[in-house]
Design a protein around this ligand. Structure first.
Ligand code: COI
Length: 354
């Protein structure tokens, strides 16, 4: 794929204090853009100065939400070089998302090339401070101006980049999670397994409720019986019960997280049994009562590894590991972030230098 590069003539000031970055608040000087037109395919790949988009108010994305996104990061290593973590997995997941939304797919190589090219152009924006990274947000929107409910004949694929710190204000400190039993996030046959904005829009009401009650996030249960744990709004979730690890299977209603997949690979290498299947919230609460709920943690690109200190379900509270990060959670955090930031050798070929 040929990418035209138009550099900004008005570069923005970079953040003076990288420890105060927060998540997704500011954006680099450039963005990658590529168009799709029916009959022509994906074309006109370019990197241009970061700027507002001009879209017709009738563009399908605004009405029927034919859009989707990915989340990934570029990491600054101690030697100053920059690397990506399993970008081909994001590309493959984006393809599966495009398929579900009837959006023409982008070849894996083109997706990875687009991301690499943007990181190269905005390399100076990859922060240096411990725990920070350049968060990358590839996304696709339907741009055809028509009010019929149908697959758009035109799209834009865009990648923007945001120097970021921790997603949760708590950082690596355990978060409090509310088990949601009123609203549902996903149902079989729906879009729970893809990264489309609609999933997140429908989840906001539950997050608002959770925030008002003093929780960081909600834990979603399955949409049919409201019995089995699925995922947290911005991450997959794992439970360590009596020595074994449990997480929901990614069978249609749960996002197949790349951090999730990487943690499962690491845990199995370390000899843990990882059960991917149905785990009833009642069993989690019972394990907590019996003193067998040893650790709970979330995994995600933005969230990294996020220990859970407390779960509240139907008024009952499960306190986990005395509100402290557990040893397996800590080991996963150290290993994964070690590989991502290049502090540990990457024996698995997960990283890609820019
Ligand atoms: C990510 O972890 O990259 C995501 O896309 C989750 C998002 C809700 C911040």
């Amino acid at each position: 794929m040929e990418i035209r590069i138009e550099r900004t003539t008005a570069p923005k000031a970079k953040p003076a204090d990288e420890t105060a970055l927060g998540f997704g608040n500011l954006f680099t000087d450039h963005m990658f853009v590529m168009d799709y037109t029916e009959g022509k395919g994906w074309h006109d790949a370019r990197i241009v100065p970061y700027a507002p988009l001009v879209l017709d108010p009738a563009a399908l994305v605004f009405h029927y939400a034919q859009e989707c996104f990915e989340g990934m990061k570029a990491y600054r290593r101690a030697d100053g070089k920059v690397q990506l973590f399993r970008p081909e997995k994001n590309a493959a997941r984006m393809q599966s998302t495009h398929q579900r939304l009837c959006i023409p797919e982008i070849p894996v190589e083109d997706f990875v090339q687009a991301v690499r090219a943007l990181v190269q152009v905005d390399e100076a924006w990859v922060p240096h401070t411990d725990g920070t990274s350049l968060y990358l947000r590839p996304f696709t929107i339907a741009t055809e101006a028509v009010l019929g409910v149908k697959a758009s004949a035109r799209y834009q694929f865009i990648v923007i980049a945001s120097p970021s710190g921790a997603y949760y204000a708590e950082g690596i400190n355990p978060v409090r999670i509310y088990v949601e039993d009123e609203y549902v996030r996903a149902a079989p046959g729906g879009t729970g397994y893809i990264k489309c904005g609609g999933n997140y829009a429908a989840s906001i009401i539950a997050s608002e409720k959770a925030h008002q009650l003093g929780f960081s996030q909600v834990l979603w249960l399955d949409g049919v019986e409201r019995k089995y744990v699925e995922e947290v709004g911005s991450m997959n979730i794992f439970f360590k019960i009596d020595g074994q690890i449990y997480t929901a299977a990614t069978v249609g209603t749960v996002l197949p997280g790349i951090t999730r997949m990487s943690c499962i690979e690491l845990l199995r290498d370390w000899g843990y049994t990882v059960n991917e299947g149905r785990l009833a919230i009642a069993d989690v609460m019972a394990a907590a009562r019996d003193g067998k709920l040893e650790e709970v943690f979330g995994t995600g690109t933005a969230a990294v590894i996020s220990p859970v200190g407390e779960l509240v379900y139907e008024g009952e509270s499960a306190h986990i590991n005395g509100g402290q990060i557990g040893p397996v959670t800590q080991k996963l955090y150290d290993t994964l972030t070690g590989i991502q930031w290049g502090r540990l050798p990457d024996d698995r070929g997960w990283t890609q230098e820019i």
